[in-house]
Design a protein around this ligand. Structure first.
Ligand SMILES: C[S@@+](CC[C@H](N)C(=O)[O-])C[C@H]1O[C@@H](n2cnc3c(N)ncnc32)[C@H](O)[C@@H]1O
Length: 280
């Protein structure tokens, strides 16, 4: 029996143009594409006609696949000799459970290649207007999960230790816990006046951002109705957000544009518009 091959492909934070050249090549050659909710769905148009597209967010009976079920699906198609792309939002190894999938494939000997992606934690943040480091301002950063409840004992992130450990702190999956996280960082010794920002749906036409300080950010985000998926960034670099937001730098950035041309003309115009920051 010929073994297949699984590519764990990072699709980037949301803008379909942010997948890598290798990721796109793998996608175009795949027999099976298993995709996540956060991977830009426009990319599925790049799969070849006849490729099997599987939403890992839903099974045949409409429940969300567990991680074990997703692993089993990749193993099954890999053992059956298929070329499988596992398309994930951002980078597969940044809170993407890509490592678990690669281990499951290694355990049964199915070849697996990871194709890194632009993580929302750095690239998404950049498009939100926040450089994760900046000379003289921030020389270190940490990317952490906000999924655990900071008010409960024994949760995963040691917020008190983190508070002073790095200049920039980027919290993923923390949109619902801004208040608790901000409080935990202040209690850990980070000044309440530290700049902070929240960027929702970075790199997509729906991108929105708010800024404040550790003391104010949860309230500002609530008033602005900012929700998941969002990046919560704490540190002096967050003060750049309003100056470096794409819309402040380039006239077409963030604009939605309807392209009405033949398919061949439309794709080259769409490419030019995307480079100007627009969303064709
Ligand atoms: C399960 S993690 C996956 C992260 C992904 N592997 C990456 O490298 O970006 C999902 C979290 O990533 C963040 N995220 C992903 N895409 C985002 C986007 N376009 N804008 C803001 N946050 C995003 C959010 O915090 C979301 O809750």
């Amino acid at each position: 029996m010929t073994l297949g091959h699984v590519w764990l492909v990072g699709a980037g934070p949301g803008d379909p143009g942010l997948i890598t050249a290798n990721g796109l090549a793998a996608l175009r050659r795949a027999d099976v594409v298993v995709y996540d909710r956060l991977a830009p769905h426009e990319l599925l148009d790049e799969a070849r006609a006849g490729a099997l597209l599987i939403d890992a967010g839903k099974s045949a009976d409409n429940h969300t696949l567990t991680q074990d079920e997703t692993n089993a699906l990749l193993v099954e198609h890999g053992l059956a000799g298929r070329r499988v792309v596992r398309l994930k939002g951002g980078d597969p190894y940044v809170f993407g459970r890509g490592g678990e999938e690669a281990l499951a494939l290694a355990a049964v000997g199915v070849p697996c290649t990871v194709i890194p992606g632009v993580t929302s934690a750095i690239g998404g943040l950049a498009l939100g207007g926040v450089p994760v480091t900046h000379r003289g301002v921030a020389t270190s950063f940490a990317v952490v999960t906000g999924h655990e409840d900071p008010t409960k004992p024994h949760e995963g992130v040691d917020w008190a230790r983190l508070a002073g450990a790095t200049d920039t702190i980027v919290v993923l999956m923390g949109a619902a816990r801004l208040e608790g996280i901000a409080r935990a960082l202040i209690e850990g010794g980070r000044p309440a006046s530290t700049p902070a920002a929240v960027v929702q749906e970075a790199s997509t036409p729906r991108q929105r951002a708010v800024t404040g300080t550790l003391a104010t950010i949860a309230g500002v985000a609530r008033t602005g109705k900012i929700g998941a998926p969002a990046l919560f960034v704490v540190g002096d670099v967050a003060a750049f957000q309003q100056t470096l937001a794409p819309s402040a730098l380039a006239p077409l950035a963030g604009k939605r544009v309807l392209v009405t041309r033949t398919r061949a003309q439309a794709s080259s115009l769409a490419e030019a518009l995307r480079l100007e920051g627009a969303h064709p």
